[in-house]
Structure formats: C-alpha cells, structure tokens
Write a new protein. Sequence first.
Length: 278
Amino acid sequence: MLYPEFDPVIVQFGPLAIRWYGMMYLVGFSAAWLLGRIHARRADTVIAPRQVDDLLFYCAIGAVAGGRLGYILFYNFEHWLADPFIFLRIWEGGMSFHGGLLGVAIALMLFSRHNRLSIWGVGDFIAPLAPLGLFAGRIGNFINGELWGAPTSLPWGMQVACANRYDLCVNKLQLSASALYTPPLHPTQLYEALFEGLILFALLWLYTRKPRVAPAVTGWFLIGYGVFRFLVEFMRMPDSHLGYLAFDWLTLGQTLSLPMILLGVGMLAYARWFVRRM
C-alpha cells in the first residue's frame, strides 16, 4: 500500500499559508471545547459552562508552548542551537506530547489558582477531553508524513516515497540514496490516533458518566496514555540522532511514559485510600 502524499498546505494567500497540521490542532481544541461545554452542565463538575472558554485557552497556550519546548529539549536540542528560530516554525511539525503535558499542567495550576478551584477537580474535568486533541495531532503527523513505524509485513503497511525524506530513508532505514520507496512501514501515527485518541477518549468518557473521586480520572488518563504509547513505541522507529536508549528497544518515548504510568497509579491510590477516608 502506497502512502497517499498530501499537500501540507490547505490554501495559501500570498505569504500566508493555512496548513493541515495547524488545522488539526484547531479541530482537536474545537471538539474539546464543544464537549467541555456539555460536560460542564453536570452538577458534579467544578467547572461552570462560562469558564470552559478560559480553561481551553489556558490549555491551548500550555499545550502548544510546552509541546514545542519539549520537542526541542527532548528530541532536537542540537538543531535548535544551530537554528534558534525553529521554535517558532510549528507548521513544520515537531511537538512533544510529554512537553505539552507539562505545559498543560502548569496552565491548569494557573487557571485553578486564578479561579480558586481545586487543581484535582480541574484536572479531572480536562482529562477526558485531552484525547480528542491527541487524535487530531496524530492525524496531523500522518498528513505530514512523519513519525513512521518500523518495516512490517502486515497488509496495511505503507510504502513511503523517499523523495525529500532523506532522514527516513537513508538515516533510519539505511536505504540507498537512489531508493524510490521505503519497504512497507507501520503507520504508527494512525495506531496512536486510534489508541491514544479515540479509544482512550471513549474509555474516559464512559468512566466519567458517574461521579468519581478526584484525581482518579486524571490518574486513568496518565495510565492509559502511558501504556498505549509504551506499546506503540515497540513498532515506531526512534529518531535517527537518538536511537535506542538501552536494550536495543527502549526509546525516549517509552522512558518519558514510564513516569506518567507511575504517577497515574499514585493518583489512583491517593483517590482510593486517602481522599475517601478524609
């Protein structure tokens, strides 16, 4: 199966270009805003419908700034030293979920403090909505033709044209510079869109149909994302300049996901044993 090459630009007006990658983030935040307004009508939530707009604005700033900064610090620091303006060129791709998570965490703390709300309650409100943004972001990765998985013999593996993809074809796959196509590759962007996006959203949305003790929802989000990401990383090729960190299989993505899982387990234990007994 050949990867359908996409034009990353939807429409262009002179020097102004609207790109699919940025549009996917807009779609994700819009979906989160719509469902957030619905969720805020429930009596058991700490967020009022009128506060959803401000909350999503805080989260958007935290996700974009943290995601870009995390990508540079975790994955591309040397490139940033040579070209500092790469931080601003978000349309080229390159966002780190783990950096975005830290950015959103800081944004939630600021929002909670400003509105005198429980950080745990605010976190549990936003956690079921976050997978919508993850889904949209992974579709953006697929359209950009980045973050491919390892070669596979599965029928849905995709061959990618090597033109203008030197890092993928030569550095990662070690193909000849004259190669036209890659072997079939795992479309790991779509795997992550499915598991970290749609499935995780469905599980959390169903879980929150009943009132839950905070921060249980946030805990399950961290565990769910961490486990799904850890498993998909087995099929995803690491960055060529990083490689595997240990054992010829441990990637940076897996290393960053482990603390998420542990933190999520800690939150569940806190909700179950401490909060319920207060």
